[in-house]
Design a protein around this ligand. Structure first.
Ligand SMILES: *Cc1c(COP(=O)(O)O)cnc(C)c1O
Length: 376
C-alpha cells in the first residue's frame, strides 16, 4: 500500500477546510451549560455541538464533506459494522495555547495510521487532506468547546465504519467517516499517580498476521475480558504478551510501554506487527534520544523484566498514549509474581519526558521537531 505522508501547510489548510459545508445546529448548547460542562469534564461523556462527516460509496468515492449537528445515527439493523466489526478509529487532541490559538500534535501521523488501519480492515483510505480538513473544520465550528485549563484539551475521535445494510461477508460498498469531539480535563486529577499492571498469561490482544497494528474497535473488544481480570486481581491495566511464545512484552490495551534500565538505556518492544505504533511512543523515542539516552527497540522478555525488577536493574517503567500522555508504572504483577517498580514512585526520566512532551503540546516549550499544527 502506498500512502505518502505530506505535511499540510497553513496556507493549504484554508482550502481543505473550505471543502466542508458547515450546517450549523439550530440548537447550540447555551453558554452557561457549556461552561459548566467544560469546568469538570469526565473523559468521553460530553460532546460538542457538531461532528464532521464524509460519506463513501464504492461507485462515487468520498462525497458530501460536511460539519453537522452532533446527534444519534440511524442505522439499519443489518448494517455491516454491527455484525462483522469493519471499523477503525483514531485518537488525538486539540490544545489551547496561552494566546487562545488552538493546535494539534502530529496530525499527519494520525492520518497515515488511519489509512494503514483502513487498508487492513478493507475500508477505503481517507486522504491526509480530508482527515486534517475535517478536524480543522470541526474544531473551528466548535472552538468555544476547547477547554483552556491546565492539562485540559478537546479530545478528537475520528472513526470510519461499514454502513452498508448487508449481511454478506465482503468489504462494504458504503462507508461513513465521522469525527466527534469531547472536552477532557487532566487524566490524573490530583497529580500523576503510578498505575499497577497485570500481565495476562491467558489472553492475547493480537497475533501474527492479525489486526494488532491496526487501530480497530475489534482489538479493544478482545481486551475487555483480560482488562476485567486485571481489575479483579487488584491492578489498573492489563499488559499483553506475544501470542506466539507467550513470553515477550507487547503493550497494554491502549498504551505502549517503556522500560528504563539502571545504565540509563531506554527500551521498548519493537514493532512486530502485533503492536500498535503509538505516535506518543514514536515521539518519546525522539525526545529520549535527544537527551542522550541510548534507545533500544527490541524483543523484551517478561523473564528479563521480572529478574530486573527483583534485582534492581529496571529503574523505571511507564506507559504512553495520547489520552494519558505518560503514565508511570509502579507495580507489575501476574499469577506467579508481584513486583514493585523501584520504590513504586514515578520515575525521574518518566516525569521529565511527560513534562517535556506536554510543554510542547501546550505551547510552553519550543516545538523544535515541528510537530505542532495550528487548527484555529
Ligand atoms: C491508540 C493506541 C496506542 C497509543 O497510540 P498514540 O498514538 O500514542 O495515542 C497504543 N496502543 C493501542 C492498542 C492503541 O490503540
Amino acid at each position: 500500500m502506498t500512502t505518502t505522508s505530506h505535511n499540510v501547510l497553513p496556507e493549504e489548510l484554508e482550502d481543505l477546510v473550505a471543502l466542508f459545508d458547515v450546517r450549523g445546529t439550530d440548537e447550540p448548547t447555551p453558554d452557561a451549560e457549556r461552561e459548566e460542562a467544560l469546568a469538570a469534564p469526565r473523559f468521553g461523556t460530553v460532546f460538542t455541538d457538531h461532528m464532521a462527516r464524509v460519506s463513501w460509496r464504492q461507485e462515487d468515492g468520498w462525497l458530501d464533506r460536511r460539519v453537522e449537528k452532533y446527534g444519534p445515527l440511524q442505522l439499519d439493523p443489518a448494517t455491516a459494522v454491527l455484525h462483522y466489526a469493519q471499523e477503525i478509529f483514531e485518537g488525538m487532541k486539540a490544545y489551547k495555547h496561552a494566546d487562545g490559538s488552538v493546535w494539534t500534535f502530529r496530525p499527519e501521523a494520525n492520518a497515515d495510521r488511519f489509512a494503514r488501519s483502513a487498508h487492513r480492515l478493507a475500508l477505503p483510505a481517507l486522504t491526509v487532506d480530508d482527515f486534517i480538513g475535517s478536524i480543522a473544520a470541526l474544531v473551528r465550528t466548535d472552538r468555544a468547546w476547547v477547554p483552556g485549563g491546565e492539562d485540559s484539551s478537546l479530545y478528537l475521535r475520528p472513526f470510519m465504519f461499514a454502513s452498508e445494510p448487508f449481511l454478506g461477508v465482503r468489504p462494504a460498498a458504503e462507508v461513513e467517516y465521522l469525527c466527534i469531539a469531547s472536552p477532557v480535563g487532566p487524566y490524573f486529577a490530583g497529580g500523576v499517580k503510578p498505575v499497577s499492571i497485570w500481565v495476562s498469561q491467558d489472553y492475547h490482544r493480537a497475533g501474527p498476521g492479525g489486526t494488532g497494528n491496526a487501530k480497530c474497535g475489534g482489538n479493544y473488544a478482545a481486551s475487555l475480558l483480560p482488562q476485567t481480570e486485571a481489575q479483579q486481581n487488584g491492578c489498573d491495566q492489563v499488559c499483553f504478551l506475544d501470542a506466539s511464545t507467550n513470553s515477550y512484552l507487547e503493550e497494554l490495551g491502549g498504551m505502549n510501554i517503556f522500560v528504563v534500565m539502571d545504565d540509563g538505556t531506554v527500551h521498548t518492544p519493537e514493532l512486530t506487527g502485533s503492536i500498535l505504533e503509538g505516535i506518543t511512543r514514536k515521539s518519546i523515542l525522539q525526545l529520549v534520544a535527544d537527551r542522550g539516552h541510548e534507545v533500544v527497540e527490541r524483543r523484551i522478555s517478561l523473564a528479563e523484566i521480572e529478574a530486573g525488577l527483583a534485582g534492581g536493574s529496571v529503574r523505571e517503567m511507564f506507559a504512553c498514549g495520547t489520552a494519558a500522555v505518560v503514565t508511570p508504572v509502579g507495580r507489575l504483577a501476574s499469577s506467579n509474581f508481584d513486583h514493585t517498580v523501584a520504590d513504586g514512585e514515578p520515575g525521574e526520566l518518566t516525569m521529565a519526558i511527560r513534562s517535556e512532551l506536554t510543554d510542547i503540546q501546550y505551547g510552553r516549550a519550543r516545538d523544535r521537531h515541528g510537530w505542532m499544527r495550528r487548527l484555529a
